[in-house]
Design a protein around this ligand. Structure first.
Ligand SMILES: [Zn+2]
Ligand SMILES: [Zn+2]
Length: 429
C-alpha cells in the first residue's frame, strides 16, 4: 500500500493485507484523541479526521506525530503491527516538528540502543524493483538531483573546479609537480572544508545539539586502538594523508592519460545527452563498485590487513568516512578506472572522485540531516551505513543499488531485520 505524504512518497507495508476501517464513533475517536502522546503530544480532532483513510495515516506519520500515528495505526489495523512509516525520499526542507523536540523520532520502537532512528524500513532505489513505480522513481531522482542534495551540490562543485581550478589537458599531458601539487592542495582544501566544517558544526560547536544524531555516544577522545591515541586525530591523519593522496593520485593518472590520448575523452558536442547522463549514472556505478570492493574487504586476510582500520570506528563522525588504510584507499577509489574504457570529460572525473571522497565524509557524519533553524537543510549520514559500523555484517553497499537485499545482508532498521540478524548469528557454529 503506497501512501503519498505531505513531502513525498511514503510507504506503509503491513504484514498481511488488512481491511482498513474508518474510526468507528466520535466517542472512540475522542478516546484515541485523549491518549497522551509518548512525548506529550495529544492527537487533535483534526488529526483524527485526517486519519480516516490509510492515506491519512501516512500523512500523520509524515507529520511526525508519533504517538498519534501509532494510536491510529494500531486501532485501524486491529492489532496488526505497522511495519513501516518510511520510504520517503530525503526531504531537505522538511520542517522539524514535534517529535524532534527531544531530538528523537522512532518509528520502530524495537531497535534499541540508538538515540535517533529514522523512518524505517530504509528504502533502496526504486529503479531495481518490480513492477516499475514511475512516481517513486521520479521522487528518488528529484530528491537527489533537483533539490539541495549531495549530488546537485557536487555537480556544481565539479563544474566550478573544472572551470577555474583545473589545468587543461594540454598541461596535464606532462607530469609536473606544479599542477600535481595544485591538485593536491585543492583536494586538501575541499576535504578540510567539508569534513572539518561538518565536524565543527556537529561535534565542536554542537550547533544542532543531539538532534538527529544516530548514536547516543560521543566520539572517542582516547582509545589505544587509534593512531595517536584518539579517534578524531586518527581519522584526520588517515584522511588527510593517504586519503587525499590517493584521491589526487587517481586524478593525476586520469588527467595525464587523457592529455596523452591514452583514454577516451568525451566532449559536450559529442553527445550532450550522454554527457548529462554520465553524471546521473556515476553514483549507480559507484554503488555497484563499492558493494563488491567492500565485500572483498571483509574477507579475513584483507580485513586484517586493511579494512580493520576503518572499523576502529564503531561510532562514526565526518572524519571517519575516508579514514582508511592505503590499500583500502587504492581499492575504494579504483571505481574511476571505468573511464579507461568509458569516455568521459575531465568534469566527470572531478565529479566522480569528489563524490567518492566527499560523500564518504557526509555519509559518516553520524547525523541524519543538517539542521539550520530547526529545518532540515541537507541529508547527511545514512543510518544504513551507521548500522554497518555497529552490527558489522550487514549493509555492505549503499542505497543506490539493492545489492544487500539481493544477497540477504540488508538491515532495514526494523526490529524484524534485527531479529533475523540475531538468528543468523546464533545459528553460526
Ligand atoms: Zn566494512
Ligand atoms: Zn564506513
Amino acid at each position: 500500500m503506497r501512501i503519498f505524504g505531505r513531502y513525498g512518497f511514503r510507504r506503509l507495508e503491513f504484514e498481511r493485507p488488512v481491511q482498513v476501517e474508518p474510526l468507528p464513533t466520535r466517542s472512540a475517536r475522542t478516546a484515541v484523541a485523549a491518549t497522551p502522546g509518548t512525548r506529550g503530544r495529544v492527537c487533535s480532532k483534526a488529526d483524527l479526521r485526517r486519519s480516516r483513510s490509510p492515506h491519512r495515516i501516512g500523512t500523520l506519520n509524515a507529520c511526525s506525530l508519533d504517538a498519534c500515528a501509532v494510536s491510529v495505526c494500531r486501532r485501524v489495523q486491529d492489532g496488526l503491527r505497522c511495519k513501516s512509516a518510511g520510504g520517503q525520499p530525503r526531504t531537505p526542507k522538511d520542517t522539524v516538528r514535534n517529535s524532534m523536540q527531544d531530538g528523537t523520532r522512532r518509528t520502530d520502537a524495537g531497535l534499541s540502543g540508538w538515540h535517533h532512528v529514522p523512518d524505517v524500513p530504509i528504502e533502496v532505489s526504486p529503479f531495481f524493483g518490480w513492477p516499475p513505480d514511475p512516481k517513486r522513481m521520479l521522487g528518488w531522482v528529484a530528491a537527489r538531483w533537483l533539490r539541495l542534495a549531495e549530488n546537485s551540490i557536487l555537480t556544481v562543485l565539479a563544474l566550478v573546479c573544472w572551470l577555474w581550478l583545473q589545468p587543461s589537458l594540454e598541461v596535464t599531458k606532462t607530469l609536473s609537480w606544479d599542477w600535481i601539487g595544485a591538485l593536491f592542495l585543492r583536494n586538501l582544501a575541499l576535504m578540510t572544508i567539508v569534513a572539518g566544517g561538518l565536524h565543527w558544526f556537529l561535534y565542536r560547536a554542537k550547533l544542532q545539539g543531539n538532534r538527529l544524531k544516530f548514536d547516543p555516544r560521543d566520539l572517542m577522545v582516547k582509545g589505544r586502538q587509534f593512531t595517536f591515541g584518539g579517534q578524531v586525530r586518527d581519522n584526520m591523519f588517515w584522511t588527510l594523508t593517504s586519503g587525499v593522496g590517493t584521491w589526487t593520485a587517481y586524478e593525476v593518472l586520469m588527467f595525464w592519460a587523457m592529455g596523452n590520448g591514452w583514454v577516451p575523452v568525451l566532449f559536450w558536442s559529442d553527445n550532450p545527452i550522454w554527457f548529462v547522463a554520465l553524471f546521473v549514472l556515476t553514483p549507480v556505478w559507484i554503488s555497484l563498485h563499492f558493494y563488491w570492493i567492500h565485500r572483498a574487504l571483509h574477507w579475513g586476510p584483507l580485513y586484517r590487513l586493511a579494512h580493520a582500520l576503518h572499523h576502529r570506528n564503531v561510532n562514526v563522525g565526518p572524519w571517519s568516512g575516508l579514514s582508511m588504510h592505503p590499500v583500502e584507499h587504492v581499492l575504494f577509489f579504483s571505481s574511476i578506472l571505468i573511464h579507461v574504457v568509458v569516455a568521459a570529460s575531465p568534469v566527470h572525473i572531478l565529479f566522480h572522485m569528489q563524490h567518492q571522497a566527499l560523500t564518504a565524509v557526509t555519509s559518516h557524519a553520524g547525523f541524519e540531516n543538517l539542521l539550520v533553524k530547526d529545518r532540515k537543510q541537507l541529508a547527511l549520514g545514512t543510518f544504513h551505513h551507521q548500522m554497518h559500523h555497529r552490527y558489522f555484517e550487514v549493509n555492505y553497499g549503499n542505497l543506490e543499488m539493492p545489492w544487500d537485499k539481493w544477497f540477504g545482508t540488508f538491515h532495514d532498521g526494523t526490529s524484524d531485520a534485527h531479529e533475523r540478524l540475531k538468528d543468523r548469528r546464533q545459528r553460526r557454529p
